[in-house]
Design a binder for this molecule. Sequence first.
Ligand code: NAD
Ligand code: UDP
Length: 310
Amino acid sequence: MKRILITGGAGFLGSHLSERLLNEGNEVLCVDNFYTGSRSNIHHLLDNKNFELLRHDVTHPLFVEVDQIYNLACPASPIHYQFDPVQTTKTSVLGAINMLGLAKRLKIPILQASTSEVYGDPEVHPQPESYRGNVNPIGPRACYDEGKRCAETLFFDYHRQHNLNIKVMRIFNTYGPNMNPQDGRVVSNFIVQALKEEDITIYGDGKQTRSFCYVSDLIDGMVRLMNSEKSFTGPVNIGNPKEFTMLELAEEIIILTGSKSKVVFHDLPEDDPMQRKPIIDLAKDKLNWKPTINLGTGLIKTIEYFKSIV
Ligand code: NAD
Ligand code: UDP
């Protein structure tokens, strides 16, 4: 049994990771400031004697005793990370410094939830880990993209300078139960709109692409990475390489919900990436990982969840 710290543990991914690690017999210390996370994501875990919740902001130092750290704290949806961009950069950068400091003091492994956004609006398609990206450093997405890029820099400097056991995971768009219905991401928006028979809001012409990974696949990749051999630091792409346009996603959700919603077109947000698809050869090779759940199956599970809360 390990004692495992998850920052951002009350968020979408953190709540699934908490559940998975508890089910494997570990103790979980969930640290969250509830900026985008919610108690309802974890309230079924609160009675578990191996689960502990601490309200704390990772921009401040934390002194606890644990065996592993998963650093997930950071708003992930564009509307939330752009709402208070200075705080977003602080969370990524100061949060990384504080958690790396803790990992260094305790001499324990630490995993960073990085993102495909480090590739920006990619000119290389699909994206291998060796691609250095095309990020606008002064645009509205920069607080998130550059914050996450700086966090990766810090992770690798702690590794080189202090021989810290680091794991850097570049997460591509992930969806599933426990997404916040108001968080503005495309899968949650489209499902909620379809269930309410409201217009489905496509930004731009809907021909931009994303590759969607179901949450249980993603969490499996995350746990495999944390427990991989010390010499494997990443960065490693974890995502589902099947690529869809936003129009195709809307059509699929309309069919699966049986909704009468129509699609409507809104302006494309500034710097919205036009394409995104991971190359996952490294994850296959080093972690023996590949996604197992296709979009239709994952959407059905996600629609069931939203039906229960909307
Ligand atoms: P989320 O917004 O649901 O969860 C983030 C959690 O971090 C929330 O519970 C929030 O309250 C907490 N948090 C934010 N700022 C904090 C702070 N300063 N101190 C403590 N807690 C704080 O997002 P998510 O989808 O679960 O994403 C988790 C991580 O994975 C994030 O770091 C995100 O950047 C990364 N990621 C997610 C995706 C995705 O598709 N879900 C894709 C790429 C990367
Ligand atoms: N999007 C959309 N309608 C919405 C929400 C998002 O067309 O209601 C588009 C958005 O412009 C982007 C894609 O869907 O091209 C994915 O957006 P999301 O915010 O989920 O993630 P990210 O842009 O960070 O990949």
